[in-house]
Design a protein around this ligand. Structure first.
Ligand code: CA
Length: 228
């Protein structure tokens, strides 16, 4: 049974999280202060941490940074404002997902499951292996083609730039805004939807090359990331 650590100072939210996670057959532990996390982790090993951003003692940003100094435990950050997520992404904390309050408990459980599943599928406990690109994916900028295991497919310039940005930093979550800046450096105004539709086409092409695995993951309400 997986153990989920909840770090949340609002008793009602903590209670809700615990209730739904326990109903989904997870074990839970709860801390209400950020500065309690490090001492707790010295003796316990959770499978995932749900971490609120605004916490007494030490804020979620610092706690997440501390965790990432010595561990790859999946972290889902809880934030109160959706605009905050863009700022957090820019800080590259290494969180695996972001959930904005208020959230639907069912959605929260689904996201916990998805992050755990992704983490379990990673090859081994070697932290370097978790960030290295998958074997065999090669990008050819001159020909705008991507190949996996000797098969290749042509991409549009925009699709190529998107894949290039995501693939260069596996596991990093990019917001749509960050991707737009990569793809349209001239600051052309395009909508979030434009990025989504390019990603959709890109995924279809990648799927032709690697039907067994999902390489480009959407991170709900946040953006996208590349992960084998
Ligand atoms: Ca809080």
């Amino acid at each position: 049974m997986s153990l989920i650590l909840i770090v949340e100072d609002e008793p009602k939210i903590a209670e809700l999280l615990q209730k739904y996670l326990q109903n989904a057959d997870y074990q839970t532990a709860h801390l209400a202060r950020g500065d309690e996390v490090a001492p707790w982790l010295a003796t316990q090993q959770p499978d995932l941490i749900l971490l609120d951003l605004m916490l007494p003692g030490k804020d979620g940003l610092e706690v997440c940074k501390d965790i990432r100094m010595h561990s790859r435990i999946p972290v889902i950050m809880l934030t109160a404002r959706v605009e905050e997520i863009d700022r957090l992404l820019g800080l590259e904390l290494g969180a695996d997902d972001y959930i904005c309050k208020p959230f639907s408990p069912r959605e929260m459980v689904a996201r916990v499951k998805a992050v755990l599943r992704r983490f379990e599928q990673l090859p081994d406990e070697n932290p370097l292996a978790k960030t290295s690109p998958p074997h065999g994916l090669t990008l050819d900028r001159n020909r705008l083609r991507v190949s996996i295991d000797a098969q290749d497919v042509s991409l549009t310039r925009v699709e190529f730039d998107l894949l290039d940005a995501l693939h260069a930093q596996p596991g990093r979550i990019f917001s749509r805004q960050q991707l737009m800046e990569r793809v349209y450096p001239d600051n052309r105004i395009v909508s979030d939807r434009t990025i989504d539709s390019h990603i959709k086409k890109l995924r279809k092409k990648i799927h032709l090359l690697a039907p067994q695995q999902e390489l480009i993951h959407s991170v709900y309400s946040v953006g996208y990331k590349f992960e084998a």
